[in-house]
Design a protein around this ligand. Structure first.
Ligand SMILES: [Zn+2]
Length: 432
């Protein structure tokens, strides 16, 4: 088995924990000394008092709202979260702002190199090597993940083809022209490229993609396998965010995601109390502390990512801890008629059992005192004669998987939106 950094990837757990505790103390005391946010927030908490992971649980979490609030002060635009002199900042990045005002992220040359190194682990674990010509089918703009993907590809020795400023058709032609053999995309866009290629009379398998790295949305195993089938390639998942960086990624065993240690301290906390770590196999919220980044120190950042905690045991030989599954964003998990509903369940069902469904959209609304949940679907023209039967079967399976009765509707092909980045296939209209 090959590792990007054999030493840290196979460090015995006991030593890893010592390293992480010591890194945590360092970044805590750095943050207190250099960022206004943490000088105020961590008053009374001293690094020297932190001697165990239990001690860490007493430190308050950091939320996105807080970051936004502290960014309103000087120096513009980073405000009180900045951890270095603003003259040291060499790159401006920002979050997508899909959940409100964006967070501006300062990187120094040094912190940027740190981010790239974490990403090298992601790529190397997913089998990206010097023989790969990697197609990145996005315009990068201010969004950090694409830039990380770009620079880390170079660092592991791949050759990178930037695919911005093209539409999907243009990107497919570019993949063919450059003979790119690896790609990075959201699961949704991977499916969309395959659909578009087939509309052009091109079998996605013939594109010659060997490796695909996905992120940006929770990817059920069925979607990952569907992409593997469509492209006849290996598909890997990873998780992260603009503020905490990418902190977990899949290895070639393809069973859950490894936490990239000791770059990150990741806690999986009980969803109700956010106070204690859950047991292996249990669902919790990921709280992430990047352990080596000065430009934008973050202590116990609440990612709102709901994950299932795994154990540090993998056939790849890495000693890194794992999460078994990314369930979704905490705000995507909704109570509908008293039942906890995750949109990912429906995504999994459709990719597993309804390959005739090319696109779908769900909405929950309040009708009187009742919640009504409906799903609109588009069916592949080749299966049109069986449309009614598919609709009926979907209704039954949805009821079994989610415990909810869905209203179903078949839409003409091309009615529903297609997504080129993150899909929004679930809308909750109850509060409007
Ligand atoms: Zn592994």
């Amino acid at each position: 088995m090959e590792y990007w950094n054999p030493y840290i990837e196979t460090l015995p757990r006991e030593e890893m924990e010592k390293v992480e505790l010591s890194y945590f103390k360092n970044i805590l005391s750095y943050a207190k000394d250099h960022s206004i946010l943490y000088r105020e927030k961590l008053r009374g908490i001293e690094a020297n008092d932190i001697n165990s992971f239990e001690d860490i649980r007493r430190i308050p979490l950091t939320g996105k709202e807080e970051l936004r609030r502290y960014q309103e002060m000087e120096p513009y635009p980073y405000g009180g979260v900045l951890g270095v002199d603003i003259k040291e900042v060499t790159a401006f990045r920002q979050s997508s702002g899909t959940t409100g005002k964006p967070v501006y992220v300062p990187e120094t040359y040094e912190s940027w190199q740190w981010r790239i190194e974490t990403w090298c682990h992601i790529l190397y674990m997913a089998g990206f090597r010097a023989r790969h010509r990697v197609f990145l089918p996005f315009g990068y703009n201010v969004y950090v993940a694409f830039w990380e993907a770009h620079y880390a590809s170079e660092k592991v020795g791949c050759e990178l083809v930037p695919g911005g400023a093209l539409d999907t058709k243009g990107r497919i032609y570019k993949i063919i022209e450059t003979r790119a053999n690896a790609m990075m995309n959201t699961p949704t866009y991977g499916l969309h490229i395959a659909e578009e290629a087939r509309n052009m009379g091109i079998d996605p398998k013939s594109l010659g993609i060997e490796r695909m790295l996905c992120a940006g949305e929770p990817m059920p195993e069925a979607t990952r396998k569907r992409l593997e089938e469509l492209y006849h390639c290996h598909v890997f998942d990873h998780i992260g965010g603009t503020e905490p960086c990418a902190w977990g990624s899949m290895c070639e065993a393809k069973q859950g995601l490894h936490i990239i240690e000791p770059f990150f301290l990741v806690e999986v906390l009980d969803r109700e109390t956010l106070q204690k770590e859950v047991d292996e196999g249990q669902m919790g919220v990921a709280v992430v502390t990047p352990l080596g980044r000065r430009s934008f120190p973050l202590i116990r950042f609440n990612t709102y990512d709901v994950v299932i905690k795994g154990k540090a045991d993998c056939s790849c030989g890495r000693t890194w801890k794992k999460i078994n599954e990314v369930v979704g964003r905490a705000d995507d998990l909704r109570k509908i008629r008293g039942v906890l509903f995750s949109p990912k369940t429906v995504e999994a069902l459709i990719r597993e059992e309804f390959q005739e469904i090319v696109e779908y959209e769900m909405m929950v609304e309040r009708k009187g005192i009742m919640d009504e949940v409906n799903i609109r679907i588009e069916i592949d023209p080749s299966a049109e004669s069986k449309a009614k039967e598919i609709e009926k079967r979907l209704k039954e399976k949805l009821k079994i998987r989610t415990n909810l009765s869905f209203q179903t509707k078949i839409e003409p092909l091309g009615t529903l939106p297609r997504y080129t980045l993150k899909a929004k296939r679930f809308k909750d209209r109850r509060e409007l």
